[in-house]
Write a protein that binds this ligand. Structure first.
Ligand SMILES: Cc1ncc(COP(=O)(O)O)c(C=O)c1O
Length: 477
């Protein structure tokens, strides 16, 4: 990251916070860095740096005996993003002095906390082109998805019992739907093409007069594919008009989309949408649901109690983390385009850097997807060995460890990827604080590791000899 960008990130930290950070720093050299592993902090013999010191707690780096003992380079931004220092800065007073309950009506502590919450609501709304009153705070996108999908299904169940979603949704959408199917609802799971996109024709064919909800994610968390949200909503409107039925409601899980690509609920005709704080450089444990008020989207609440958040989500609103989410949303509104340009540049560098040096690499997903999510399969390399050999880079693989077996990702399977290609896939998640030096180091590591693993592979040897291994008939034992 260039120094100007770093400085811009560092300056908003309040003097008090800075003093605390300084006090926590054990070393004499105290340079404030953004919350990412600086390139110089990576575990690599090739990169020995004299004074690699990051003194933000949690991002400490030390050098011992000429070797850097540090934390891996973080390229797993779809799993979570580091919190922006400006977000922490916003939250701090609510943990220390302004700790009131935002629902307390009788004193200044309550009023000031409420002010933070309402400011956050405005900022979250602005990021997606909504009105502040349409926003309901939740604990994250899992809760928002559950609340919206089950809530809408239950509200309409006397007349409509059919829901449409896709095979490549996040587990919390799939499992909410699966739960509903045990309650007498019918679910259609739309397939996707080789690039991960749904077919509008298939969606149209799946619609029924008793379809209450269509839930299709905005950006996929494994392959970054962007679904055509505006076209989907237009199709739903046209279908309702044609058939003379009420329009099925349109929900999108936008956990990986907000702050990353332009989202405008009005222009895109979205009725309900899910947001997660920790995917947009905000805190964990907080999120939001956009539930349109005019015309009103009706849903049954999952949580009952004090009637907070329009009665849709009872419980004291956690003002500190909600203020953090609001600040993350405010920053994303201002910096989304710059972030996108930064991420695109690094994404291109990563893809070119790897594919120009390593052959038989397949990019999973759509080339027009979100550039910060790069999913690559390395043929003739075993995914787990790849990850094991890349201990100095924090990445996700296309295999999910479920119980005792290593299963290839259901998302990659839905694209029609062969099991071995799904097994050998890696997801590179690039974000606001990723640096060019980190990308270069990762390219270097990938090239070395893939080459080494292939050199040890009998399959690779056969490929080198020109044998078409897809034609081999393997005998079993
Ligand atoms: C697409 C998508 N939806 C939902 C979630 C769940 O978000 P949260 O961790 O806020 O519950 C995630 C996080 O992995 C996600 O990527």
């Amino acid at each position: 990251m260039n120094p100007a960008r770093l400085r811009a990130l560092a300056t908003p930290l309040r003097a008090g916070v800075r003093a605390q950070l300084r006090a926590a720093a054990p070393r004499a050299v105290r340079t404030l860095v953004a919350p990412t592993t600086p390139a110089s902090a990576s575990v690599s013999e090739a990169h020995v740096v004299e004074e690699a010191v990051a003194d933000v707690p949690g991002f400490k780096v030390s050098s011992k005996g000429g070797k850097i003992a540090g934390r891996p380079i973080y390229l797993d931004m779809q799993a979570t993003t580091p919190m922006d220092p400006r977000v922490l800065d916003k939250m701090m007073p609510l943990f220390t002095e302004q700790y009131g309950n935002p629902h307390s009506r009788t004193h200044a502590y309550g009023w000031e906390a409420e002010e933070y919450v309402e400011e956050a609501r405005e900022n979250v709304a602005k990021l997606i082109g909504a009105g502040a009153k349409d926003i309901v705070f939740t604990s994250g996108a899992t809760e928002s998805n559950n609340m919206i999908i089950k809530g809408i299904a239950n509200f309409h169940k006397s007349k409509k019992r059919h829901i449409i979603t896709t095979q490549t949704e996040h587990k919390c959408v799939l499992d909410s739907c699966r739960f509903l199917s045990t309650q007498g609802f019918e679910i259609t799971y739309l397939p996707v093409s080789q690039t991960g996109l749904i077919s509008l024709d298939e969606l149209k064919a799946a619609l029924r007069p008793d379809t209450s909800l269509v839930s299709i994610m905005a950006v996929n968390n494994e392959i970054g594919v962007i679904q055509p949200l505006a076209e989907i909503s237009q199709l739903l409107k046209a279908y309702a008009k044609e058939q003379g039925v009420t329009k099925p409601l349109f929900h999108t899980d936008a956990a990986q989309a907000v702050g990353k690509i332009a989202i405008d609920v009005e222009a895109m005709g979205i009725d309900a949408l899910s947001i997660s704080g920790h995917k947009i450089y905000g805190p964990k444990g907080v999120g939001a649901a956009y539930v349109r008020r005019r015309p009103r989207v009706r849903l049954e609440p999952l949580i009952h109690g004090g009637g907070q958040e329009r009665g849709l989500r009872s419980g004291t609103v956690p003002a500190p983390i909600v203020a953090g989410l609001g600040e993350a949303a405010r920053i994303a509104t201002v910096e989304r385009e710059a972030d996108h340009a930064h991420v695109s540049k690094l994404s291109e560098r990563l893809i070119n850097g790897i594919t120009s040096q390593v052959e038989h690499v397949v990019r999973n997903g759509d080339v027009n997807g979100y550039p910060g999510c790069v999913n690559l399969s390395f043929a003739y390399v075993e995914g787990e060995s790849l990850l094991m050999a890349l201990k100095d880079v924090a990445l996700s693989s296309g295999s999910a460890c479920t119980s005792a077996s290593l299963e290839p990702s259901y998302v990659l399977r839905a694209l029609g990827a062969a099991d071995d290609m799904a097994h050998s896939s890696l997801r590179f998640g690039i974000g606001r604080f990723t640096t060019e030096a980190e990308i270069d180091m990762v390219i270097d590591r990938i090239v070395k590791v893939v080459t080494k693993l292939r050199d040890m592979s009998p399959l690779w040897e056969m490929v080198q000899e020109g044998i078409d291994i897809s034609k081999i008939e393997w005998s079993g034992h």
